[in-house]
Write a protein that binds this ligand. Structure first.
Ligand code: ADP
Length: 319
């Protein structure tokens, strides 16, 4: 389950990301057409959307790697377009794979990279991580003295994470962090994300195509489609906004029934069902709309042209 404590909009003072009416145009093509959202300290945000929706563009603008066409953006109190070295030291970027330095050993590389962050230590945030502590955190203690080229895919991915967070960032961007992980590695990684958010108060923004992962990890989910936000809220809030909130299934007299509860609370429907003929009903099952149902419905709505981005997006209702 995602952590319950950090959901919600947060206060003005702990805002880490503030994006208002962000627009991006490549040549004659509008890729972001007015994106507005925020994130606060310790919040885990998942940015979802089909390929080409504008996720990478959004994240690269926040990271300061891409210049926006219009809109206002503040990340850790600065405009990323003018972020200096001290600002950059507060941000961790975990890329899809760190391919260089194959002959270096894990501990050696982390020691080396960590030193660049020493000048950016503050009384409240010591930088970098102690290397042994970091190795423990990402589960690489046993591989500390191994050459990078000899690591398995999963171990390499954990090293990518360690490299991204070696400077003890306050804000971490993770691009499809668990692609290629086996279920065990995936669970360990989810624990790591929770630890960073809960104990380090790091704000985490991740992209993933794994909707179960987003549902499990994120306090808030933002769905981007065709250059604008079509949903912004917790997985529960998003599910509640859907026309089919829940499905009730049951067997009665040997026959299987399915009823989509489109309004209100499925409990009322179940109560009525049991009141009618409790003895005949068996194998009763209530299934809430999953994030996958919500996602598919919203994205299809955009792709079929029903959502032109002009109606008030869900985030105005939810945030
Ligand atoms: P996502 O990460 O959601 O897949 P992107 O942000 O990578 O989406 O891309 C959004 C759209 O912008 C796509 O149509 C892509 O082809 C286009 N695009 C991305 N980068 C550039 C670029 N440098 N020049 C022109 N078009 C680009």
């Amino acid at each position: 389950m995602p952590r319950q404590s950090a959901s919600g909009a947060g206060t003005k003072t702990d805002a880490v990301i503030e994006v208002h009416d962000l627009q991006m145009r490549y040549g004659a093509k509008d890729v972001l057409t007015g994106v507005t959202f925020g994130a606060h300290r310790g919040e885990v945000l998942a940015l979802l959307g089909p390929n080409g929706a504008g996720k990478t563009t959004t994240i690269e603008i926040l990271e300061g790697f891409r210049m926006r066409s219009a809109g206002t953006v503040s990340v850790l109190g600065s405009d990323p377009a003018h972020g200096d070295e001290a600002w950059r030291a507060r941000i961790g970027v975990v890329l899809q794979s760190w391919r260089d330095h194959g002959r270096w050993r894990v501990r050696e590389l982390l020691n080396y990279l960590g030193r660049f962050y020493e000048p950016y230590s503050t009384p409240t945030q010591h930088r970098p991580w102690d290397t042994d502590e970091l190795l423990g955190l990402v589960g690489l203690t046993e591989h500390a003295d191994q050459k990078i080229q000899n690591l398995s895919g999963g171990q390499r991915r954990r090293l990518d994470v360690a490299i991204g967070i070696v400077g003890r960032p306050e804000l971490i961007f993770l691009d499809e962090p668990t692609a290629g992980f086996d279920p065990h590695a995936r669970r360990e990684f989810h624990d790591l994300v929770h630890r960073l958010a809960d104990f380090e108060s790091a704000t985490i923004m991740l992209t993933t195509h794994d909707l179960a992962e987003a549902e499990k990890l994120a306090d808030r989910i933002i769905i981007l489609a065709d250059g604008h936000i079509v949903a912004n809220g917790s997985a529960d809030e998003l599910a509640r906004e859907m026309s089919t909130a829940a499905e009730v299934r049951w067997t009665s007299d040997g026959e299987r029934h399915v009823h989509a509860v489109t309004t209100g609370d499925p409990t009322g429907f179940v109560r009525d069902l049991l009141a009618t003929d409790a003895d005949a009903v068996s194998e009763l099952e209530v299934r809430r709309a999953s994030l996958e149902d919500t996602y598919i419905t919203l994205v299809q709505r955009v792709e079929s042209g029903q959502d032109q981005g002009s109606e008030p997006p869900l985030q105005e209702v939810l945030s």
